[in-house]
Design a protein around this ligand. Structure first.
Ligand SMILES: Nc1ncnc2c1ncn2[C@@H]1O[C@H](COP(=O)(O)OP(=O)(O)OP(=O)(O)O)[C@@H](O)[C@H]1O
Ligand SMILES: [Mg+2]
Length: 299
């Protein structure tokens, strides 16, 4: 399947400070993809580059095959985005806000406006001035605005911020419906693992401006076992392996379980590889990794 959104090597530096570095990600039709990370990890900065609000220092963004740098207008045609506080005119009412936005997009009829507002759960409050809206209502109006032109990609920064539990539940159901039934690709950010767990199909975990892990949500949550091999002979050991492994200073971390250890030892001994230690290790789950990152807070 071809991706709707593809970012490669996205990097943002401001005044010599690296905010975000080497971000690679793809989002496919029909999936909800999460950007998960603690405060300050770089989620909003990444999302602002993905939705064309700021220029990357290097790297590229492609949306439905159109390059954001070279062809910004085409790239953004099928994108609906709500980044940070949605841009709203607080002296106008909800309907007028949507109407204003619809006009900028050309041919969007009144029915389409009402329908987008209904979908976002704000359809019955459009006559009220936005200055009197609660945070959650503003979020909903922002979402309605993002949906007006029937995008194929939705990009939402912390979309459930300010919503009450019922609102979060409803929005989650709605995102799943948009993805599953209408095939939208949806990218959302959050610092709440519990929320992402319920909402996303896949997620990328960000820390200090980098993606440290991207995987299906289930895989991220499961963890599992692996084998620690300590050896001064990493290259020789690696050459024997037919499973995947990562290299560390003092040896290798190898995919496998305790049951694979006797066979592994035999192989290593036969090949004359020096073994300092071999033992199974519980691979951390995303939850543990996340607790580490956030110091056990804000999860
Ligand atoms: N305009 C800017 N100039 C300098 N530094 C910035 C700027 N914008 C963001 N930063 C820094 O970049 C880092 C990433 O910020 P960003 O807003 O992308 O994080 P985030 O993951 O969205 O965090 P949060 O969960 O708090 O929203 C932070 O250290 C922040 O202080
Ligand atoms: Mg943010």
């Amino acid at each position: 399947m071809t991706s709707v959104l593809e970012a490669s090597g996205l990097t943002k530096k401001i005044k010599g400070k690296t905010l975000v570095e080497a971000i690679d990600l793809q989002v496919y039709p029909g999936e909800v993809f999460g950007l998960l990370g603690p405060n300050g990890a770089g989620k909003t900065t990444t999302i602002r580059m993905l939705s064309g609000l700021i220029r990357p220092t290097s790297g590229s963004v492609q949306i439905l095959g159109a390059d954001m740098q070279q062809n910004r207008e085409t790239a953004l045609q099928k994108v609906g985005a709500v980044v940070e506080n949605p841009e709203l005119y607080t002296h106008l009412n909800g309907w007028e806000n949507l109407l204003h936005y619809a006009r900028m997009h050309g041919s969007i009829g009144k029915e389409a406006i009402q329908s987008a507002a209904d979908k976002a759960g704000i359809g019955h409050r459009l006559k009220e001035k936005v200055s009197t809206y609660s945070l959650g209502m503003r979020q909903r109006l922002g979402l309605a605005q993002a949906l007006l032109h029937q995008p194929e990609l939705l990009i939402l920064d912390e979309p459930t911020n300010g919503l009450d539990p019922a609102g979060i539940h409803e929005m989650r159901r709605y995102f799943r419906e948009l993805a599953e039934e209408e095939g939208l690709a949806i990218l959302v950010s959050s610092h709440l693992l519990s929320e992402m767990q319920l909402l996303c199909d896949r997620a990328a975990v960000m820390q200090h401006g980098r993606i440290i892990h991207t995987a299906a949500m289930n895989d991220l949550l499961q963890g599992g076992e692996r084998i620690v091999l300590k050896t001064s002979d990493k290259a020789a050991a690696a050459a024997l392996l037919s499973v995947s492994y990562t290299e560390e200073d003092d040896g290798l971390r190898i995919d496998g379980t305790a049951e694979d250890i006797p066979g592994l030892i035999r192989q290593l001994v036969d090949a004359g590889v020096a073994i300092d230690a071999v033992y199974p290790e519980q691979r951390g789950t995303l939850e543990e990794a996340f607790l580490d990152m956030t110091g056990g807070k804000a999860i």
